[in-house]
Design a protein around this ligand. Sequence first.
Ligand code: HEM
Length: 523
Amino acid sequence: MLPLVESCSVLGVLWIAYTLYRRWTRISISDIPGPEPESFLLGSQREALQSQAGEASLRLSFIFSQFGHVIRLKGILGTDRLLISDPKALHYMYSSGYNIRKHGVRSEIARLVAGEGLTWANNDVHKRQRRVNSPAFGAAEACSYVPIFTAYANLATKWKESLGADGSTVVNAPNFFTRYFLDVIGEVAFDYRFGTINDENDPLATAFSSLIGHCSLYLGRQQSSSWDYWNSCPSPRLATDIAKELVEEKAEALLAGNNKRDIMSLLVKANASTNERANLSETEMLAQMQTIMVAGHETTANTMSWTLFELTKHPDVQTKLRAEIQATGRAIYARGDTEFTASDFESMAYTTAVMKEVLRFHPVTYSSLREAARDEILPLSKPLVTKSGKTITELPIAKNTALVVSLAGYNRNKDVFGEDADKFNPERWLDGSLQEKTTTKLGVYGNLMTFGSGHRACIGWRLAVYEYQAFLVELVKNFEFSMDPTLASKIRREASVVMIPTIAGEIELGPQLPVIIKAVDIL
Ligand code: HEM
C-alpha cells in the first residue's frame, strides 16, 4: 500500500489535471467581469450572505453598469456563478422550461423545509404537480377569497384598543403580520382556524408560525451550526400529521358531495379527477399543503411590513392613498354595500400603483438560484465587455453553470423602470412612461420579477395581491403610520430565506419594525 503522503500527492496531481482538463474543454465564464473574491475558500459567499438582501446585486449592478447586468461571482473553492438581472437573459432563462432548472441545492432546501412538493420538484414531476395544483389558484378562486381577506384585515382595528393617552401606540409590524397572515392562509388553504391572532395555542400554528421567519435567520445568515437551525425549527412531523387528517377530512367531504372552496378541498378534488398516473401520491399531497403554508404566509406578511416602512417614510403617499380608499369606501356605501369587492380593488389606480411600487422596491424573495441543464447561450439586452476586452451580445454558458437570478437587481434596472429606479415612486405606474420603456416582458404582475416568471412563477400571486390589498386598504383607512427617525435609519433588509426587517445591532432579536400608529377619523 502506498504511504499516505504519496497517495495524497497522486490524488492532488489527478485533481489538478482534471481541473485543467475541465477548464480547457468547457465553456468558461471566467472572462466575465466580477468583484475580487474575499478568499479562494469562501469566494464572495460571505459578502452575499452577510450583507443586506439584494445589496450585493444592487451595488454590483451599479459598479458594472457599463458592462451590462450580468456579473461573475466567485462561490466556494473558486467556483464561478453568474449574477443576472439582464431582462433579455432572464426572459430566455424563464422561457426555456426545464433546460434552465431550479438549482439542486435550492430544491434540497425546499425538500427539507416543506417536503417533496412544488418548490422541490423539477422536470416532469414539477409539471405533473403544477397541473394538479393549478385549478386551486385560478383568478376566480382568488376572487372568492376576498371576503375572508377583508374579514381578517378588519380585525386589525383591534389595535385601537391599545392606543395610549396621546392616541398612539407602537407595534412591531412583522410579529403582528406573521400571525395575521398565518391565520388567513390557514382558513383559505385548509378551512382551519389557527387562532394565532388571539394567541390561542394551536399546535399546527406553532409548527408553522416561525418555520421561515425564525429559522431562516439561521439558514440565510449561517450564523449558527445546522444543529442550531434544526433545533430552532418547529416539528415538520406534527404539521404532516395534522395535514394528513385534513386531507382525509376533505376527501370524505368530497365523497359526501360537500363542495368546499378552500385550496386543500380544491386540490383533493383536482387530484380525484386526474388519472392515476398523473395524480399526486399521499406524500406529495401532504407536501403541497406544507409548501403552501411555508410559501404563502411569510411572503405576504413581510411585504406588508415593508409597505408600512415606506408609508412611514412617505407621508404624502399615505395621504393620497387614504384619500382614494375613503373615496372608494364612500362609493361602496352609496351603492348599499359595506365591503370592498375584488372589482373595487381593481378600480383603485393609486392603491395599485403603491402596491406595485412596494413589490418592485422590496421583493421579499429577492433572489432565486437556477442551473443550466445543458450548454446554453444567453442573449443579452446590452453588449457586455469581457475582462479581455471582447464585446459580446450573447453569453455561452456550460451545463451545470449556477445562475443567481437577482429579482431585486432586475426590479431596479434603470432600462426597465426608468432613471429613478433606485427611488420609491408610485407615480411611475401612473404616468404611462413604463409601457414605452418596457421591451422585454417578464413576470406575472406589472412586469416585475417579484413573483418570479415562467413555468415556476408564484402559483399564489393572484391570491397574494388581493390579500395584500385587503390589508393595505383596511390599515390605511383606520390608521396613520410613522416611525422614530433614529430607528428608521437602522432598519436592515435582512437576507434570510425571505427579506425580513431587522434593526442593526439587534439582529439576534429577530424581525423588528417598530411602527407608531394613530387612529384616523373615518369619513
Ligand atoms: C407577496 C407574496 C409572495 C411573493 C413575493 C412570492 C414570491 C414567489 C416567487 C418569487 C416564486 C418563484 C421562486 C422561484 O423562481 O424559484 C414563488 C413561488 C411559489 N409561491 Fe409565491 N410568493 C408570494 C405569495 C405566495 C402565496 C400567498 C402562495 C400560496 C398561497 C405562494 C405559493 C408559492 C408556491 C407554491 C411557489 C412554487 C411554484 C413552483 O415552483 O411551481 N406564494 N413565489
